[in-house]
Ligand binder design. Sequence first.
Ligand code: XLS
Ligand code: NI
Ligand code: NI
Length: 440
Amino acid sequence: MTYFNIDKVSYEGPTSTNPFSFKYYNADEKIGDKTMKEHLRFSVAYWHTFTADLSDPFGVGTAQRDWDDLDEMDKAKARVEAIFEFMDKTGIEYFCFHDVDIAPEGKTLAETNANLDIITDLIKEKMDATGKKLLWNTANNFTHERFVHGAATSSHADVFAYTAAKVKKSLEIAKKLDAENFVFWGGREGYESLLNTDMKLELDNLARFFKMAKAYADEIGFTGQFLIEPKPKEPTSHQYDTDVATAHAFLQKYGLEDVFKFNIEANHATLAGHTFQHELRYARDNDMLGSVDANQGHPLLGWDTDEFPSDVYETTLAMYEILKNGGLTPGGLNFDAKPRRTSFAQEDLVLTHIVGMDAFALGLRVAHKMIEDRFFEDIVDNKYASYKEGLGAKIVNDTTSFAELEAHALELGDIDLESDRLEVIKSRINQYILTINNEG
Ligand code: XLS
Ligand code: NI
Ligand code: NI
């Protein structure tokens, strides 16, 4: 059975008008010392692309899929066939999933686990045959009603135990399928009101949970990178892993900073009132940048709309941070993004990934050129030049004191400061984006 009636999507260059072609993503082309494929490490999100029905809070699902009429287990098997065909045709090497995305939940945990065994056997067979890889998997500990008061931060110890059992199974799956990372997104780990919440106990328990997860991963020999995915709100009004800085402080408090890195989602950054670049920079500066959920929010909507990335300005700034980080490996760019409800045809799944891949490919081309030119690097070097010598160097080397600084200040006349010329930077980025060519 064929699910996508198209040829393999190939690179046709920026002037192509074929919607089923890449305009900027040329997998084997080298940008600097790596191919585009090696830089970008694209991944398909199972849930949005193969499980979701495109329903929203106001309307039923609109997605038209070949597997719609099958029973649950056959549906799960059809989706496995479909995602491997999809990865072959789009040239995407990686995929990601939650436990509930790939197999139906049974009446008991044991039944659910048995379903997972059947489907992960099938996935493993396909992986072995095709060489496709699992970027990360995770456990969905937020959809089912038992997680209404949280999962690892639930007010009920039985829910904590259930959550542990699900993560235990997911770690076993990660080991079985050789996942390169393992994600924790705290779906219901937050609160609605502090007046009925023991925040300290909940956060202490969350740390206990992470420590046990790490101990189990070590026990079974799973060596993939653990990732935390911050998000400030939605579904709870306050999510504990609000943003990178908050989650980093949490990890440091509990001595977990060497166990985790961050999986940074663009739309979560904007919900937190940050730019995507800010979150990437904060993580990079602290050696905590692990992976990326590549999507974008809608500028007029204040929730996690998970649109496919198409804004080249944003992808350029993101790729700037990623290149400065020395890449993302073992992380990647996972399209945690879905078609709009109005794009309900099966082939739309291909088109959405094309726009996202091209947007990041173009961002990579531009960012690489900017870094080669040292345009921003020279601006920054010049801006902080006063810290390279004299008293500035003493500040940076921790060899001065308030007394010496006061003595210096008392001798100063007017301090000569330079304009930042912010507009030159903005205009220069536009120039870079608009003039990049595919040989750039
Ligand atoms: C939800 C999150 C979720 C995580 C994985 O907003 O982005 O999809 O990526 O649980
Ligand atoms: Ni995400
Ligand atoms: Ni999200």
